[in-house]
Design a protein around this ligand. Sequence first.
Ligand code: PLP
Length: 351
Amino acid sequence: MSRFLKEALRAVEPYTPGEQPRGVQDLLKLNTNENPFPPSPMVQKALHSGEIARLNLYSDPNCADFLRVLADTLGVGCGQVLAGNGSDEVLQFAFSAFAEKGAAYPDITYGFYDVLSRFFGLPSQIVPLREDLTVAVEDYEGFPGMVVLANPNAPTGLYLPLRQIEKLLCQDPNRLCLIDEAYIDFGGESAVSLLPRYENLLVVRTFSKSRSLAGARLGFAAGSEDVIRDLNTVRCSINPYNVNSLTLLAGISALRDADYFAKCCAEITAVRDWTARQLRGFGFTVTQSSTNFVFAGKNPRISGAEYYAALRKNNILVRHFAAPRTADWVRVSVGTRAQMERLVEATRGLL
Ligand SMILES: *Cc1c(COP(=O)(O)O)cnc(C)c1O
């Protein structure tokens, strides 16, 4: 730490992303929920040399072409969407705009919410998940700040039905609820359908998981026109060219290739359910995942930490969260069928 750092940042603990090892031979990387499939061939075609030659020009600060295609795909108005440099950036905008009275989020959820809350020095509230790892919306009744729920949640993989989200929205129309749908394309119904009826709903999504574009950094928010206008005020005050031109093109092509998208999602969910069955067969408890990962643990034969370490020795990288309530679990991203067969064989070997 330098002597120049401002006081408020001295105690900040940044987000720890899953490891991104480079150049390790034969490593099976199942730790950051990336899509095992490449982006749509249409994305690859769109990023040709003509576009690269135009990188001397700034990207469109309004992301207009991309947002038009996105709004059409979602069935919302063009003024109801905003693009971000990954959904992490959208979350950052939302926390800086709407969380003056703090944010409330589960104890077991995406770690970035807590990091942002601390970074902005917010009076936040961490709400424990119930014993069965589900969200009970009653637990948020009366909290005056922004409510933040990942749905489906990570790392539990559990989906909260839309009528529960509606109950949450009805608790207080003057309180904004941010629903982070990073995994919604792998199961469950999107809350985007509720937007016409709830002005206090903000949905955040990403192209990193279901659209195979983690490296392109593309996410978005969908909400009421007023809420999106507020987010644009923040965006244009911090980084008006926040999404680069190649990524915008990639996003348009990814949205247009609906067949490829549907095929990849269907394959991943099928392999996910197969993997869950195999792991249950080995004595793991595996939650009912609506995502592209499985959350497995509580195996009397091996602890979460031991399983993580043993897989690592086999050159298979999964995610282990050391906090007390998650320490006996691992989160395993769903890869191709062949990759998951390797995981299953390694598991059989080490047990
Ligand atoms: C992966 C993930 C994100 C981050 O997505 P990016 O668009 O890559 O920044 C946000 N929220 C949740 C719950 C995630 O799992």
